[in-house]
Design a binder for this molecule. Structure first.
Ligand SMILES: [Mn+2]
Length: 433
């Protein structure tokens, strides 16, 4: 007997991948953990009989010759597979996209790729074998794909994920059904938690990213906390959020990140959990560590993690073209033209006094104004950033302040400047080399 199973707290990608396995391995039975996410539970309650799915307690370990593990590579995330783990003649196939996690499942064969959703790996195989699947199967697979890739918008999404969506839609995936399970309405308890979190958020700036922290006591069970945390991060507008949920004997840490430079799985692995760059969680026993110590450890991990990532000092321009406050405007204009730049800093000694940009030159309507000093036309309210700021944070600052130039200041000294062009060049990979 061949069985396919996946991680506890089963999400749609995991469910879809198990169903995908039952197609790729004909005769294979899908084993779904008892604890599944709320929307998966709702789906299964109405659709379960349409698939070849059973619960872990329904299998006879003696009969199992092959185990197909999908969407995780860790034994402890599986539900009641200890007996199989102990079997020595068991064949194991592994399909997973959690590349950052060093798993302990030793597979005889594996298909592992850095890709948006595990289900894409199965769809690729279906495309390769030129299979066609039913609209119902296509729909579940599409829900898994969309959930794990944020409807193909999460940074981990690849062209293969998009091609998988094409295949699933061609095979009749129903977007009305998908939409229903992808966007479950918020429930009362979820709203309560969200409002509770909104009351107070601790924000810490780490290497130019704003990181939110919150600790919440849970006295009742709340479904799909991850979705609530995700909503919370967007509302309070931080680069990343970590919420520690306390209930009796254990803490559940849920993290969400909206920037490339904060990798959630990097943090969660440290606490024995897992996930992706954008989302992850971990559970720790309350007698092992305090919530305050968890927070300190996360701050510590994030502070160290930054090395090797692109920061503003890598993409800024220097030396900075600057003039003194008394420089006449015609000289400023000549300097911009000669250097082909759109902005000039106005400095006195080491101190930034202002900035004048090409646009400011339009303010000069009378000929004699070209002899006036630059200090009469410069903008004095200057936003600066530090060299360790991430390009994403710099871009956000430009949008928020509506400025095109950000002087980079280190220890009170201007060491460079970053412009909109620098940021665009970085994001669209136009850097030479
Ligand atoms: Mn997944």
């Amino acid at each position: 007997m061949e069985i396919a199973t996946t991680h506890k707290n089963t999400d749609f990608d995991a469910l879809a991948s198990v169903i995908g396995a039952t197609i790729i391995y004909p005769g294979c039975v899908g084993v779904i953990p008892k604890a599944v996410n709320r929307n998966v539970d709702q789906f299964l309650s109405t659709h379960k009989t349409a698939f070849n799915l059973i619960l872990p307690n329904e299998i006879d370990p003696e009969q199992v010759t092959k185990l197909i593990v999908v969407d995780t590579n860790q034994w402890h995330r599986l539900d009641r597979m200890e007996k199989l783990k102990a079997k020595d003649n068991l064949k194991i196939d592994l399909w997973d996209h959690h590349m950052a996690v060093d798993g302990n499942i030793k597979a005889d064969w594996s298909c592992r790729e850095q890709i948006g959703a595990t289900v894409t790996l199965f769809v690729k195989e279906m495309i390769r074998r030129d299979l066609s699947i039913s609209p119902l199967v296509s729909t579940v697979l599409l829900i898994g794909l969309y959930e794990d890739t944020g409807h193909l918008t999460f940074p981990a999404t690849t062209a293969d994920d998009a091609r998988a969506a094409v295949y699933l839609l061609e095979n009749g995936a129903d977007l009305n059904v998908a939409g229903f399970f992808l966007n479950p309405p918020y429930e009362e308890t979820q709203k309560e938690i969200l409002f509770e979190m909104m009351k107070e958020t601790e924000k810490v700036s780490i290497n130019g990213n704003s990181i939110g922290f919150n600790t919440v006591y849970l006295d009742k069970s709340v479904t799909n906390l991850a979705a609530v945390v995700n909503m919370y991060r967007k509302i309070i507008n931080v680069s990343a959020i970590f919420v520690i949920f306390i209930n009796e004997s254990r803490y559940t840490i849920i993290g969400r990140s909206g920037v490339e430079s904060v990798d959630i799985s990097h943090v969660m692995i440290h606490f024995g959990g897992g996930g992706h760059a954008g989302a992850g969680s971990a559970t720790v026993k309350a007698n092992q560590i305090s919530p305050a110590a968890i927070k300190d450890k996360i701050v510590d991990l994030l502070s160290k993690k930054q090395t090797g990532l692109v920061q503003i000092s890598d993409i800024m321009s220097f030396p900075v073209c600057s003039v003194s406050p008394s420089t006449p405007m015609h000289e400023v204009q000549a300097l911009m033209a000669a250097k082909n730049i759109r902005g000039v800093m106005v400095v006195e000694g080491n101190e930034i006094k202002g900035i004048v940009v090409l646009w400011d030159l339009k303010k000069l309507t009378k000929e004699r104004q070209w002899n006036s000093p630059v200090k009469a036309f410069m903008a004095r309210d200057i936003t600066t950033i530090s060299p360790t700021t991430s390009p994403a944070t710099a871009a956000r600052t430009m949008i928020e302040k509506d400025v095109g130039h950000l002087p980079v200041v280190h220890n009170g000294e201007m060491i460079g400047i970053v412009t909109r062009t620098d940021i665009l060049t970085y994001f669209y990979d136009l850097l030479p080399g």
